[in-house]
Design a protein around this ligand. Structure first.
Ligand code: GLA
Length: 368
C-alpha cells in the first residue's frame, strides 16, 4: 500500500506530503566509520516511504500496515520508544535535542527495504523522517547535519552504537555514484559508479540469515577498535605502521586495528581505480576486504563466507560481506556474461539466499 493511502486510512485526513529514503549497500570501507575512517556506500533502489503531517501538539502517531503507535514527545529518550518506532520518533528527539523546537506529527510508513539484511532499513526510516521534519518546519538544515542527527538518534534512542555511514548514505547518495565519506571530517564526494557501462554487474547476495546490531557482538568489535583508536588515531595510520603497533595490545585489539588500517587503504585504492575508470580492478580489493573482516575482525558468518566463496568460484571478480556482518548480505562484482552462473552458485551455496543485481540509486527525497 502507498504511504499516502495508509495515512488517510489510519488518520482520516490527507498528509502534508510524502518523502522517501533508500537503504544502502557499502561497496567497501567496513567497520571504519566509528574511528574516523573512509567508507564508500551507494544507495539502493529499495526505499522507505513516509506520509507526514505536522501536529500542533506533543503527540506522535505512527502507522505501518501492521501496527500503530501513539506517543508523547516528552516520553522520547534513551531506549524510548522501543522497537521500530524509535527510528521514526527518534528523528524528533534528535531535532529537539539540537534546539529545534519541533512539535508532534502524524506519520504513515511503508518500506521495501528488507529488514535484518544489513541494508540499513532503519537508517532509511530515520533519514526520511528527518528530511520530512526539516521540510515541514523549514529548518534549513543541510543533509550532512541531518545525517549526524540520525546517527545520534540511533545511538541514543534506539541504543545502537552505529557509525556515520548509514544515515549519510541514505541522505547524501546520488544516482550513478558511490559516496566517498571521510567520517573524520564529514567531507564527502560523489564517485561515479555505473557497472553496466563496463559490462559488469553488482550482485546483492542476501543470505536470508538476519543480523541484529543489538545483540552485542557489534558493540564488542567496536570496543576493540575504539580502544586502539583512542591510543593511536587509526585513520592517520598506514599499513606500514602495523608492524609497530604496541606489543602491550591484546591480540583482538591488534587485529581489529590492522583491519581498520588496511581497510582505509583499500577504500583509497578503490577510489583511485574508480577515478581511472577501472571498476573491474577493485575485485581483488573486495576479496581482501572480506578476508580481513573474516579473519582479522571476525565479523563474518558461515553463510557470508559460503556465499562469497561460491560467487568467486563461479567467476565473480570479487565478493565481500557488506554492512555490520554476523549475517545479512554480501556483494559480488561480476562480468555481465557470468551473472547467471554466479547467481545460481550463490543460491546453491546458501539455500534461501536472495540474489539480485543492484545499481547506485538516488538518496532521500520529497516525493509529493
Ligand atoms: C553497521 C553500522 C555502520 C557501520 C557498519 C560496518 O551497518 O550501522 O555504522 O559501522 O555496520 O561498516
Amino acid at each position: 500500500m502507498m504511504a499516502r493511502r495508509l495515512f488517510a486510512d489510519a488518520w482520516g485526513y490527507a498528509p502534508a506530503g510524502t518523502w522517501s529514503a533508500p537503504g544502502r549497500v557499502n561497496l567497501i570501507g567496513e567497520h571504519t566509520d566509528y574511528s574516523g575512517g573512509l567508507v564508500l556506500p551507494f544507495a539502493l533502489a529499495d526505499r522507505a516511504h513516509i506520509a507526514v503531517a505536522p501536529r500542533d501538539d506533543q503527540r506522535i502517531r505512527l502507522a505501518t500496515p501492521d501496527d500503530t503507535v501513539d506517543l508523547d514527545l516528552a516520553a522520547l529518550g534513551p531506549g524510548s520508544p522501543p522497537g521500530w518506532a524509535a527510528y521514526l520518533a527518534g528523528a524528533a528527539w534528535a531535532l529537539r535535542e539540537a534546539g529545534h523546537d519541533v512539535p508532534g506529527f502524524d506519520l504513515a510508513l511503508t518500506s521495501d527495504v528488507p529488514v535484518g539484511a544489513g541494508l540499513s532499513s532503519s537508517a532509511a526510516l530515520m533519514s526520511a523522517t528527518l528530511l520530512a521534519l526539516d521540510d515541514l518546519h523549514a529548518l534549513g538544515l543541510d543533509r550532512a547535519a541531518l545525517a549526524a542527527l540520525g546517527r545520534r538518534a540511533e545511538n541514543v534512542v534506539a541504543g545502537v552504537p552505529c557509525g556515520a555511514m548509514d544515515h549519510s548514505a541514505s541522505l547524501l547518495c546520488t544516482r550513478g555514484h558511490a559516496l566517498l565519506l571521510d567520517t573524520d571530517t564529514g567531507a564527502s564526494r560523489q564517485v561515479p559508479l555505473d557497472p553496466a557501462n563496463d559490462d559488469l554487474a553488482l550482485l546483492l547476495l542476501d543470505t536470508g540469515h538476519p543480523h541484529a546490531l543489538q545483540d552485542g557482538r557489534y558493540a564488542e568489535r567496536r570496543a576493540a577498535i575504539d580502544a586502539a583508536d583512542a591510543a593511536l588515531t587509526l585513520a592517520t595510520l598506514t599499513p606500514g605502521d602495523i608492524g609497530s603497533l604496541p606489543d602491550a595490545w591484546t591480540h583482538d585489539v591488534r587485529s581489529a586495528a590492522a583491519h581498520v588500517i588496511t581497510e582505509n587503504a583499500r577504500v583509497r585504492a578503490s577510489v583511485d581505480m574508480l577515478d581511472r575508470g577501472d571498476l573491474a580492478g577493485i575485485g581483488m580489493l573486495l576479496d581482501d576486504s572480506h578476508a580481513s573482516l573474516r579473519d582479522g575482525l571476525r565479523v563474518s558468518s558461515p553463510e557470508l563466507d559460503a556465499i562469497t566463496d561460491a560467487a568467486r568460484r563461479a567467476g565473480a571478480l570479487g565478493a565481500r560481506m557488506t554492512g555490520a556482518g554476523f549475517g545479512g548480505s554480501a556483494i559480488a562484482l561480476v562480468a555481465l556474461d557470468r551473472v547467471t552462473e554466479v547467481s545460481a552458485a550463490a543460491r546453491r551455496a546458501v539455500p534461501g539466499a536472495r540474489v539480485r543485481a543492484v545499481s547506485p540509486s538516488a538518496g532521500a527525497s520529497r516525493d509529493d
